[in-house]
Design a protein around this ligand. Structure first.
Ligand code: URA
Length: 436
């Protein structure tokens, strides 16, 4: 076998055999296939797609490309959640402590920013001192000791995904159902949780803009997980506008902390209750998310969920004081408030443009190995359906330089559509569908 034949086969629309996929993934893992051939193959997959059988083989090979974790010896069954990625998506930072504070063990392996969407690891690393790099042994220990761990992919766990993820991010090859499903599910299977909840984003700020595509991606991932013996559930959630108000690493950590204090934006709060509720469903502790809503609200009101996030941050070397007082998180030197120029109603907020603007400010990566700026980003004051008066605050830009703020201002104004008539009907709910 050779890499060129595999690239050519996919370019011409042929399905790979299981042996070919295993050989390719071995070459990804040991570095013997160079970046340029892998990137060509990734682009061919974006255009040609993969069969269900190919996706299952790719997922399995990537999950086995490194160590796999056996969490079955933990006292409580471990649960995990993963989102397909969206703009302002800090749900994991709310949901993981919320689920842990209500009796579940949450052992989660997260990713970095991908394309114009942010990544949980980059957000967490905005807490000074915090490390997401840990050995499998340490991952297990922390899960056991405090019931909550969010770590990055070590070189040991799904290393093939780690390499492909980095290449996809920089080669325009993220939006492929096959690649997203294999990327997410290989990490989830390797990380060992018995129950897995998927949050599949639908809208221009995610990678699936149509409901049908999102449903099909969810079905593919649910089937892969069930075949591997995991208890699975998924929800489809809206991503036509950014989730919550904050977009950018430290700003999103601060918003997650506010939400865990019961003071967060409605959409993030509602989605977090649903996803945490589904984690109880896959753990066998509830039949539907609504059955544990009061318990989840109790963990917010008592401060227990926020305290657990602090425990996790401290266990991973971070400054716990930032969770108690998010004003201690890194701050950008320039803050510019954008005012509404013409009064009206917000008809749309282009989530993708907002994500790209945050990336350009420095919150995401443009090239392999780029550092992200933890402090920069956006705070969006107006959401779809809101009435906005002239002179009211539309958004706030957090930038490193005045020139960066100027560029962001122009893009941000273009991302908002403000119309003179109130929108007909109510905005779409944040949770569109639940698949258990
Ligand atoms: N999250 C992942 O881990 N991988 C993807 O491809 C998309 C979102």
């Amino acid at each position: 076998m050779n890499a060129l034949d595999i690239v050519v086969a996919k370019r011409d629309g042929r399905a790979h055999s299981e042996a070919e996929i295993r050989w390719l993934v071995d070459g990804v893992t040991d570095g013997s296939i160079p970046d340029y051939q892998l990137t060509a193959w990734l682009m061919a997959v974006v255009w040609r797609g993969m069969t269900e059988r190919e996706i299952a083989s790719l997922t399995e090979a990537m999950a086995r490309s490194g160590e796999t974790v056996d969490l079955s010896r933990l006292r409580e069954p471990a649960v995990d959640k993963h989102s397909t990625g969206g703009v302002g998506d800090k749900t994991s930072l709310v949901v993981a402590p919320l689920a842990a504070a209500t009796g579940l063990t949450v052992a989660k392996m997260s990713g970095r920013g991908l394309g114009y969407t942010g990544g949980t690891l980059d957000k967490l690393e905005s807490v000074p001192g915090l490390s997401v790099d840990m050995s499998v042994r340490r991952f297990m220990e922390q899960a056991e000791q405090i019931g909550l761990v969010i770590a990055g992919q070590t070189a040991e766990l799904a290393p093939a995904d780690k390499r492909l993820y980095g290449l996809r991010n920089l080669s325009g090859t993220v939006p492929s159902q096959a690649l997203i499903a294999a990327s997410i599910m290989s990490k989830k299977l390797a990380a060992g949780a018995e129950g897995i909840v998927l949050d599949v984003k639908v809208g221009c700020g995610g990678f699936m803009s149509e409901l049908d595509q999102a449903r099909s991606l969810a079905a593919t991932m649910l089937a892969i997980g069930r075949r591997a013996g995991r208890r699975m559930a998924a929800c489809l959630s809206g991503m036509d506008q950014p989730l919550g108000q904050a977009v950018g690493n430290a700003l999103e950590v601060a918003e997650a902390c506010r939400t865990l204090r019961g003071e967060g934006p409605n959409d993030l709060h509602a989605l977090s209750l649903t996803v945490a509720g589904l984690m109880h469903v896959v753990a066998g502790r509830a039949g539907r998310p609504a059955e544990v809503e009061a318990e989840l609200m109790g963990a917010i009101q008592s401060g227990r969920a926020l305290e657990l996030l602090g425990d996790m941050v401290a266990a991973q070397g971070g400054d716990r004081g930032c969770i108690e007082d998010p004003d201690r998180l890194p701050r950008a030197p320039i803050r510019r408030v954008l005012e509404v120029e013409v009064a009206g109603w917000v008809a749309s907020v282009d989530a993708r443009a907002i994500g790209e603007t945050a990336c350009e400010l420095g919150a995401g990566r443009r090239a392999k190995g780029d550092a992200v700026d933890p402090a920069v980003g956006l705070r969006l004051r107006a959401k779809i359906g809101d009435r906005v008066d002239r002179g009211a605050e539309l958004a706030e830009i957090h930038a490193r330089t005045e020139a960066a703020a100027d560029r962001a201002e122009a893009r941000l104004r273009a991302a908002y559509a403000i119309v003179s008539e109130p929108p007909v009907g109510r905005p779409d709910p944040i949770v569109i569908e639940i698949l258990t």
